[in-house]
Write a protein that binds this ligand. Sequence first.
Ligand SMILES: Nc1nc2c(ncn2[C@@H]2O[C@H](COP(=O)(O)OP(=O)(O)OP(=O)(O)O)[C@@H](O)[C@H]2O)c(=O)[nH]1
Ligand SMILES: [Mg+2]
Length: 351
Amino acid sequence: MRDIITSDSPNPLQLDKQPSLANQDSHSIVVAEPVQLPASTQTDANALATTHQGMPTPRKVSIGENEPLKLAVVGHTNTGKTSLLRTLLRDVYFGEVKNAPATTRHVEKALLSDSQTGENLVALYDTPGLEDATGLLDWLEENTASRRDGVDRLQQFLASPLAQDEYSQEAKVIRQMLASDMAIYVVDAREPVLGKYKDELTVLSWAAIPVMPVFNFTHDKGSQIAEWQQMLARRNLHVSTRFDSVAFEFDDEMKLWQNLATMLIQPQIVQQLIARRQDDWEQLYDEANIIIAHFLLNVASFVETIHQDDDPLPTLTKMQEKVRQAERAMQDQLLNLYKFYLCTRQKNKKV
Ligand SMILES: Nc1nc2c(ncn2[C@@H]2O[C@H](COP(=O)(O)OP(=O)(O)OP(=O)(O)O)[C@@H](O)[C@H]2O)c(=O)[nH]1
Ligand SMILES: [Mg+2]
């Protein structure tokens, strides 16, 4: 006998422990919830203060006690709004994502809750993409009185037949803006700063809630963030975040929540979310390390017997293949653990 390696398990590469997934059910989804305009959209001077040009003042917003922060995700069509929600929710099955305009047709709500207490912290609202803000702005300028404030003018639009017909998608976005505490405006950072985007921001600013621009596609070459920031600053939007929903960075997500917290009078709810997400992230990291450690230990202890007179090559080839299989299984486990990285082959398998 030479080089004898022994094995005492029929399948030595099988991991015996499946670590539990952290934060597994920390959000729930309600599809196309009918939106009620809260009284605060008409009367809360704190939330609705506007400058003479209809731009929101950089005022902080107050949210109701024991209520989740209502956060609308808005923007031009096909900028990655639904993708951003999927990443924040750690749910690859949320909504529909396609490289085509007008994919999301209705407002869709999802709750982010505290993974330990179950308390609802943030209600996220995915909205249809804006397609023709320029046409809508033209209509608003021609048909509503410039002396009225932005909210009044938007409500006039919502009461018009146009909101049911030609601009029904825009109407859904505006309704949700008026019913939300804050909004994230998703920007495709590869796009030049066109007039239509400026018009979108003008219309959205009339809802008089704080808006935070979020730059998506930041890992693509030719992103135009500097030009965008210049235009946004002229509109009094000085706080923005980079957040590429595909090339995800946890620190970018934390920055996003931290920036939103700066716009709140009571930032505790977002701070609670930040703290919990950090805990959950650390837990995921520990669980990932356990998965990797199991793999390494199993591979290190993987043995097969080869008789000294036999050619070792077939056995070694078989062993290498088993190690490769185990490595792929480990990668899948890691991908599943960090849910938003689920493998493409699983993407369309909706369960
Ligand atoms: N490379 C890259 N692709 C992205 C990113 N975000 C979204 N995408 C892709 O962009 C396309 C549009 O994404 P969606 O999330 O459907 O965009 P949307 O804004 O919700 O689109 P509508 O609902 O039609 O308004 C999809 O093909 C996504 O996979 C990103 O950060 N990087
Ligand atoms: Mg969408």
